[in-house]
Design a protein around this ligand. Structure first.
Ligand SMILES: N[C@@H](CCC(=O)N[C@@H](CS)C(=O)NCC(=O)O)C(=O)O
Length: 224
């Protein structure tokens, strides 16, 4: 079996998706806690792990892989023989599920970040000025449009790709969870999405990872 080293941290949404995949598949790995900015921009990390200074990253024996979706696809191809996290042999079913994974890191992530960065991350961690009340309202409205679209995309399905949880649900959950927590929002106006959010959040491994995120966030806030 290959030796896997995982670089990440629990406040990073895509790192949580990789952590969930490793734990759910029961893959053994060494964890190297890597703080965003402080560690990711260190010379050691950028020369040895990821020149783009981002987590998550995994090293499989001597090969480094970055980008959360590439990492989870690799882990699933290698270790998910029973097709628990993504369909394997039916390419159309696979594409339906992978589409959700990619929507998580493109549309959903950019929409969350467009609100979370200026309203919370910039002012809290980089001393940036907070946008005006009016600007904040507009950013939240844009975010709500994404929730509305996700609600429509979900329709009456239990999960985004159908009646089975796939790793794309986890990727989207982690992005939404960060936005709801940092911006103190809820999904009450999006009933299907709200039910989905509660169902996915009850996954035992995910709940444990989310708890770690909330603890890490509280510690970060205290240190400010
Ligand atoms: N598309 C990447 C996004 C990775 C990313 O944005 N990582 C952030 C943490 S969530 C990071 O490491 N930032 C540190 C930095 O920019 O130095 C993925 O899905 O893996």
């Amino acid at each position: 079996m290959s030796k896997i080293t995982f670089y990440g941290n629990s406040t990073s949404q895509p790192s949580r998706t990789v952590a969930w995949t490793l734990k759910t598949l029961g893959v053994e790995y060494d964890y190297k806690y890597t703080a965003s900015i402080k560690d990711t921009r260190s010379e050691e990390f950028t020369t040895k792990v990821n020149v783009f200074h981002q987590v998550p990253a995994i090293v499989v024996d001597d090969t480094t892989i970055v980008e959360s979706n590439t990492i989870v696809r690799y882990l699933i191809n290698e270790y998910d023989k029973d097709e628990n996290l993504l369909p394997r042999d039916n390419y159309l079913e696979r594409a339906k599920a992978e589409e959700i994974l990619d929507i998580g890191t493109t549309n959903v992530r950019s929409s969350m970040m467009s609100a979370v960065n200026p309203i919370v991350v910039g002012p809290l961690f980089f001393g940036a000025e907070k946008p005006s009340e009016e600007e904040q309202k507009k950013l939240i409205e844009d975010l709500n449009k994404t929730f509305e679209k996700l609600n429509t995309k979900l329709g009456d399905k239990a999960y985004f790709a159908g009646d089975k949880l796939t790793v794309g649900d986890i990727q989207i959950y982690n992005e939404i969870q960060t936005a709801l927590t940092l911006l103190q929002l809820d999904l009450a106006d999006y009933p299907q999405l709200n039910t989905w959010y509660e169902t996915v959040g009850a996954n035992e491994i995910l709940a444990e990872i989310t708890k770690e995120m909330l603890e890490a966030l509280a510690a970060l806030n205290e240190s400010k």
